[in-house]
Design a protein around this ligand. Structure first.
Ligand code: ADP
Length: 409
């Protein structure tokens, strides 16, 4: 029997999200999450998706570290007959946030790869250490199995230097690997491809602006299937207004906060990453709550929404100019997929650019990719739900299949 299952792991500093997929039919066998690892109130939520009426299960109580978390996940999977010792498991695919410039493709993990991910910790201090821990833990559990890293930055490595470089002293930038890397690449890759399919075209034939609007948010300009610009930079702080991050800001604000407000670098880091964006502007970072407050006449929520939309429209305009010709704009992630008023406001009044929404199509709620522009609009506007786990599983599976070669499986 050919091994066809892939376990996808997304390891954060205190959480592990996982999905087990069967790549014969791209079905999900189980999904789950371990959160608050290392605290007394750890929690594992596991949902088997096989066998019809299988029930979601929850465990609470201390889970000391990633090793204990993964062992608990393995026990849950075993209970469903999906144990990680199964010969049907082909590989484990890991989301790795920062791959720098070296990793342009999914990569089988060995010590050399891990050392490079480690070398990138200074540019991804929050994410890469957790990803490394997740990988080491999974390696210990199944040392014989291929472990594959799928990098958030990989899709953006095609950006031309003109888009990827900051206009700062080149020697300083190079000495510290300071450049624009971009993030959410797995999502931008998946959504831009799905958008091309929605248009009945090959990705190489279309230019797409992808707007990934979740708690973190980023835009990308994709020309013929290749990323040519994206809004996040050295870190995921640059670009759009996000749930708790400021996005673009005059860098001199940081000097001012240090010199005049007396804040430390760590305080400023916290302010811009955790207490800014929608949360900083109005006290809420959930777009549902913001819309509810706007409907009640709340001025602060209105202003936060307007600032969010203003920035989004600037990026649409900028990427229009970067691409020259735009065939489609795709909205994705929590806000992009669900918030019709955000989509409406983002393209309102842009008929001259070929952007015309159909209000009824925009109001439809669905999990399927769908067109929301009017037939009269030259540019297709679409909602294309993202699926980063599926993309990681597919990339992982095709890599291990290509390695095992025909007849070797
Ligand atoms: P992330 O993966 O970055 O944590 P998601 O892509 O899951 O984020 O998006 C989460 C956000 O999506 C929430 O903070 C909320 O603002 C928004 N969201 C989810 N559902 C809705 C909805 N029905 N209407 C408006 N916004 C929504």
């Amino acid at each position: 029997m050919t091994a066809s299952r892939v376990l996808v792991l997304n390891s954060g500093s205190s959480s592990v999200k996982y999905q087990l997929l069967d790549m014969r039919d791209s079905s999900r066998l189980a999904v789950g999450l371990v959160e608050r690892i290392g605290e007394a109130t750890s929690r594992l939520v596991h949902s088997p998706l096989t066998g019809g009426g299988a029930q979601r299960r929850e465990r609470s109580g201390p889970i000391a570290d990633h090793d204990a978390a993964l062992k608990a996940v393995a026990e849950e999977l075993t209970q469903d007959g999906l144990g990680l010792d199964s010969p049907e498991l082909a590989a484990i695919g890991h989301r790795v946030v920062h791959g720098g410039l070296r990793f342009t493709e999914p990569t089988v993990i060995d010590e050399d790869v891990l050392a490079e991910v480690e070398r990138l910790v200074p540019v991804a201090p929050l994410h890469n250490p957790a990803n490394i821990t997740g990988i080491r833990t999974a390696q210990a559990l199944r040392p014989d199995l291929p472990q594959v890293a799928v990098f958030d930055t990989a899709f953006h490595t095609t950006m031309p230097e003109a888009a990827a470089r900051y206009a700062i002293d080149v020697e300083t930038a190079d000495a510290h690997r300071i450049r624009r890397y971009g993030f959410h690449g797995t999502s931008h890759a998946y959504v831009s491809r799905r958008t091309a399919a929605l248009l009945g075209k090959d990705p190489s034939e279309v230019n797409v602006i992808v707007l990934h609007l979740g708690n973190g948010a980023s835009a990308s300009a994709v020309a013929g299937g290749r990323c040519v610009d994206t809004s996040m930079g050295l870190t995921p702080l640059e670009g759009l207004v996000m749930g708790t991050r400021s996005g673009d800001i005059d860098p001199a604000v940081t000097f001012h906060l240090k010199r005049v407000a007396g804040m430390s670098v760590d305080d400023i880091d916290q302010l811009l990453n955790k207490r800014s964006g929608l949360l900083g502007l109005c006290g809420d970072n959930d777009m549902r709550e913001i819309r509810r407050r706007i409907d009640e006449g709340d001025e602060r929520a209105r202003l936060a929404f307007d600032i969010y939309i203003h920035r989004l429209r600037k990026y649409i305009g900028a990427y229009y100019a970067v691409l020259g010709r735009v065939d489609a704009i795709a909205f994705t992630a929590g806000v992009g997929e669900n918030a019709a008023p955000v989509r409406e406001a983002a393209v309102a009044g842009l008929e001259e650019l070929g952007l015309v929404l159909d209000p009824e199509r925009n109001a439809v709620r669905s999990d399927e990719p769908r067109i929301i522009s009017a037939n009269s609009g030259r540019v297709v506007v679409a909602v294309v739900p993202t699926d980063e786990e599926m993309e990681i599983a597919q990339q992982t599976f095709s890599l291990v299949k290509s390695l095992s070669g025909p007849g070797n499986a």
